[in-house]
Design a protein around this ligand. Structure first.
Ligand code: GLY
Length: 412
């Protein structure tokens, strides 16, 4: 090799080394922040019922909690597991264990579809980190419980037992929400661990049905698809948490991106990869995505051609709100998806994920220590149609922020 070329290569690798070092510092400083903020939150939990799981804040900025049967109890233990891995702080390991083990009764829970979130983010991480076989057994029993909600006629796992349309009094009794894609990871896990392909069959069938009915031809997504259990036909495509039936709810699209990426990882079926890429390209190339890459709560809120149902609180709202939780979910998903696509696309996805992570870690979204009810990220939205959790911290925003940090850190 010629000398000038060698020099050029040496300079390039020195620059890359320096950039990586800077990013390692970025990751480490965010872990250190998380460690401190989570410890403040743990202190607050000591003043409460032992089975009160952090969720968001009230109007005064104080942490509010849920019981373990809501959909979010797994995220606090999950955040403790990621923070432990990032810092090796033994007290976080202890607390991650304590908060995970509180959730054991969930293994027999069958009342809604969110068991994947509840158990895989807690016990799934616990098993990944510790290898404790008792955790594996709880995960497998949970997968059995989740499987009871699968219906072969609809080819789907039922999300909620009933859904009332925002348009009036119409009720649906087999609603499937796009978020449900996330719960499939627990089933893939159980199938690999037990060798029982029933779990995998359910997961793949659900993903195929969602790909057909929940993803629009332009790769945006419907939030809720309601089925007729007598023949499997689609009765309605509506929204629960988005602006309108034909709009794209940002977190729904985020769940879809993450979900189809994960299903591709587990199946290596190119149809799922194509879907994950289509959903991602729709999201990251969207003209309505702000320049910091953190989406508004719905890509079409307040636009002509989109109308909320008559009962929806979205009719009364005109202000625009970001949803940091959707940004965190997509950032985490893109660190994974960037490894499955061609080089140029992979580079773009990774750069987008890094940009999102830096936005979230900036003062625009990351709260000062001890503020924000001791949650990390500000500016998420639970549900504007339900008039709940608007522009607040959310425990799952923090979880996916830490997961994105974990995934990024592993590549540096
Ligand atoms: N899975 C419920 C939500 O994303 O709000």
């Amino acid at each position: 090799m010629k000398k000038p070329l060698l020099c050029l290569l040496a300079v390039a690798s020195l620059l890359a080394f320096k950039a990586d070092k800077k990013e390692k510092t970025f990751v480490d400083s965010n872990y250190s922040y998380a460690q401190q903020q989570l410890k403040l939150m743990l202190k607050d939990t000591e003043t409460r019922e032992s089975l009160a799981f952090p969720r968001t804040t009230d109007k005064a900025g104080k942490m509010t909690t849920t019981n373990m049967y809501d959909w979010t109890p797994g995220f606090f233990p999950g955040s403790l597991w990621y923070a432990y891995e990032g810092t090796k702080d033994k007290s976080l390991l202890e607390q991650a264990t304590v908060w995970t083990e509180k959730l054991e009764p969930l293994k027999d829970f069958t009342k809604h579809h969110d068991l994947g979130f509840m158990v895989y983010c807690s016990y799934g991480n616990a098993y990944r980190v510790t290898g404790n076989k008792a955790y594996r057994d709880i995960l497998i029993q949970s997968a059995r419980s989740l499987s009871t909600r699968f219906n072969p006629v609809t080819g789907s796992i039922k999300s909620w037992n009933a859904f009332k349309s925002w348009h009036g009094e119409q009720m649906y009794y087999f609603p499937v929400i796009v978020d449900n894609m996330m719960n499939l990871e627990l089933l893939f896990f159980a199938s690999k661990e037990t060798g029982d392909t029933t779990f995998r069959h359910i997961a793949v069938t659900h993903a195929e049905t969602a790909m057909k009915n929940q993803v629009r031809p332009d790769f945006s997504s419907y939030h809720v698809v309601c089925y007729d259990t007598t023949n499997g036909k689609v009765l309605a495509r509506e929204t629960a948490q988005g602006y309108a039936d034909n709009s794209t709810w940002a977190r729904g699209q985020a769940w879809a991106i993450y979900g189809f990426t994960m299903v591709y990882r587990e199946t290596k079926d190119k149809r799922f990869l194509k879907t994950a890429e289509g959903l991602t390209d729709w999201f990251i190339n969207n003209k309505n995505l702000p320049s910091d890459k953190i989406p508004n709560w719905d890509f079409n809120a307040y636009q002509a051609g989109y109308k909320p149902g008559v009962r929806s609180n979205a009719n009364k709202v005109t202000a625009q709100y970001r949803d940091a939780s959707a940004g965190a979910i997509v950032a985490s998903a893109l660190f994974e998806l960037s490894g499955y696509v061609d080089k140029a696309k992979g580079k773009k996805y990774r750069e987008t994920a890094i940009k999102m992570l830096h936005s979230l870690a900036s003062p625009a979204y990351r709260a000062p220590l001890g503020a924000n009810g001791n949650f990390m990220l500000m500016h998420s939205v639970g549900s504007i149609p339900h008039n709940g959790e608007i522009d607040v911290p959310l425990v799952y925003a923090d979880y996916y922020f830490l997961e994105a940090l974990h995934r990024y850190g592993k590549t540096l």
